[in-house]
Design a protein around this ligand. Structure first.
Ligand SMILES: [Zn+2]
Length: 162
């Protein structure tokens, strides 16, 4: 994704109150992020427990999502719904996002299983194991990057009710 400023991040949220947006702490190392290696920016709030965020590009727009980590755990190690990495390289958590506007104020949420520390972009950039002779690893890698972007954007549209 293209580099974005703190101001753009705070202006992007579609499901957070003004107070929640002002309470956001940026991710550690924000000034040194490798934006080329990110399809979306996701992080857990370093100061507020169970709070996380994602800034998802959708076309020309940036959609900021505020998440709450759901209570309880899962029995089996789940797969991330966004990067769908079958190697299960990291913990995956159930995060819920309030819907935009009146719907969200009435308590409606959308949930998804996502990599606990939003490692999806790194996961899809790991070359997949060659499945058979002549398997085009680079093409498969590019396809996974595109799919991740589409799934994240689709989730963002769901939250906005678009
Ligand atoms: Zn993931």
């Amino acid at each position: 994704m293209l580099p974005i400023t703190e101001k753009a991040i705070r202006a992007a949220f579609v499901n957070a109150s003004r107070k929640e947006v002002s309470d956001i702490t940026l991710p550690t190392g924000f000034d040194a992020l490798d934006w080329d290696a990110l399809d979306y920016l996701g992080w857990r709030d370093p100061k507020i427990g169970r709070r996380a965020y994602a800034i998802v590009p959708d076309g020309d727009a940036l959609v900021g999502l505020l998440f709450r980590q759901a209570d309880g755990g899962t029995r089996t190690r789940p797969q991330c719904a966004w990067c769908q990495d079958v190697r299960l390289p990291n913990d995956v958590l159930f995060y819920s996002a309030r819907r935009s506007g009146a719907s969200g104020r009435n308590g409606n949420t959308v949930g998804t299983l996502v990599c606990a520390d939003f490692q999806c972009s790194a996961n899809v950039r790991n070359p997949p194991p060659p499945a058979y002779l002549g398997f085009d690893v680079e093409a498969a890698r590019q396809e996974r990057i595109v799919s991740l972007r589409q799934r994240a954007a689709a989730f963002a549209r769901d939250v906005r009710g678009a």
